[in-house]
Design a protein around this ligand. Structure first.
Ligand SMILES: *Cc1c(COP(=O)(O)O)cnc(C)c1O
Length: 399
């Protein structure tokens, strides 16, 4: 089958790692691609489409309101901007100059990562709190909620929280510490699906803004994300994100998204304007989200486990390698670890990974543990025929 990439002379790769931006995200279900193609053939009022999408997101997440962003990182930037400006259009126009505004965001020190560029881009300073001495083994504790409470001042615009299964302190305790002092909490939950109950869990814990990636497990467009949370903050997000080249008298935003009567005037283009979202992404993301919810964790897990089992069968007979397939239901995403006996194989795992990438077809696996002699494989972005191709390449390289 001739694909657009063949016509353009761009090679495709086998993505045995997972839906990362570097490897172009996920593979869209046919329904999602079809919905995006149809969406591309008409024009709509983009604020109306966002208001509709926001209601669909609110339905699924249980949040007051929702919005489609160009990714979780964009959502974090917009969410923090909303916490800084509230519904003040003058402040929106001045960002990232935060003079005279609350200009600090508190983050547990162990949550720092380079996605926090998205926070700093707003013009705020990150204030790191606590020390994770559980990491070094010298102690047992991470940042604690009282330390966050202790760090809040009248310059604190928000508390940022990066969710994962081992995140400390507990989100509900952080929310209490922050809310007791009138400060909102913004949660980066980009990769925290499945389980799909997480779509509601962080909102239920009291977070004011929660952001998910649309292009990871949801299998929406790569440049899409979900933002959900407090209605006034979502309004402030929309005001700083939508195209605002309109006379105030002609401006008629959907009331469910923006209450024009609450504003002294409309802001011009805001800080979120460079992360615009097209109608195709909005329609694609909501289509993907509905499919994600309809499939359910169990069927999704079984679909992924079947891919890992066939990969395990293809790799089992390799010399100098040991297959460790993890398909137990307790693991949100099934995966496979291939332990290489580097001395016996006469090749390092790093060199294997390099040859897989440079070979034909090019195979990318998860190299997080490559220096420990392990290659990781994930099921999410594998297509029909990929498992056989991976087995063949590994056979050639380890022969
Ligand atoms: C993937 C990821 C992001 C970025 O998500 P995008 O949707 O690609 O913008 C942010 N934070 C964490 C923890 C992530 O894993």
């Amino acid at each position: 089958m001739s694909s657009v990439y063949e016509r353009l002379g761009i090679r495709t790769i086998i993505n045995a790692s997972g839906p990362s931006t570097r490897l172009s995200g996920s593979i869209l279900p046919a329904e999602v691609a079809q919905a995006m193609a149809e969406a591309s053939q008409h024009c709509v009022d983009i604020a109306e489409l966002q208001a509709w999408a926001g209601e669909a997101i609110a339905d699924v997440t249980g949040a007051e309101s929702g919005y489609v962003t160009s990714g979780a990182a964009a959502g974090i930037m917009l969410g923090v901007a909303a916490c800084v400006t509230g519904l003040d259009p003058g402040r929106m126009n001045r960002l990232p100059d935060t003079a005279g505004m609350k200009d600090e965001v508190i983050i547990p020190r162990s949550h720092r990562n380079f996605y926090d560029h998205a926070i700093r881009a707003v013009g705020v300073k990150l204030v790191e709190v606590g020390i994770s001495d559980r990491y070094s083994g010298a102690g047992v504790r991470d940042t604690e909620a009282w330390e966050i409470a202790d760090a809040i001042t009248d310059r604190t615009a928000a508390v940022a929280y990066v969710m994962n299964a081992r995140a400390r302190p507990d989100l509900a305790d952080v929310v209490k510490a922050a809310h007791d002092r009138g400060v909102p909490v913004v949660v980066d939950a980009a990769g925290q699906l499945p389980p799909q109950s997480n779509l509601q869990r962080f909102v239920e814990a009291g977070a004011d803004v929660v952001c998910f990636s649309g292009g990871k497990t949801i299998r929406g467009p790569q440049s899409s994300g979900i933002l959900c949370g407090r209605k006034d903050l979502v309004s402030a997000v929309a005001l700083q994100h939508l195209d605002q080249d309109v006379f105030y008298d002609l401006w008629n935003p959907p009331a469910s998204l923006i209450d024009k009567d609450r504003l002294p005037g409309a802001p011009q283009h805001g800080i979120g304007r460079p992360c615009k979202v097209g109608k195709e992404e909005i329609v694609g993301l909501i289509t993907a989200l509905r499919l994600f919810v309809a499939e359910g964790d169990e069927a999704r897990h079984a679909r992924w486990a079947a891919v890992i089992q066939s990969l395990a069968a293809a790799l089992e007979t390799l010399p100098n390698a040991r297959v460790d397939a993890a398909i137990d239901p307790g693991r949100p995403v099934p995966g496979l670890r291939l332990e290489i006996d580097e001395a016996a194989a006469g090749i390092t795992c790093l060199e294997l990974a390099r040859r897989l990438i440079d070979g034909e077809p090019s195979v990318h696996c998860n190299t997080a543990d490559v220096y420990e002699g392990v290659l990781g494989f994930g099921p999410m972005c594998l297509r029909e025929g990929d498992v056989e191709a991976i087995g063949r390449r590994m056979g050639e390289l380890l022969a």
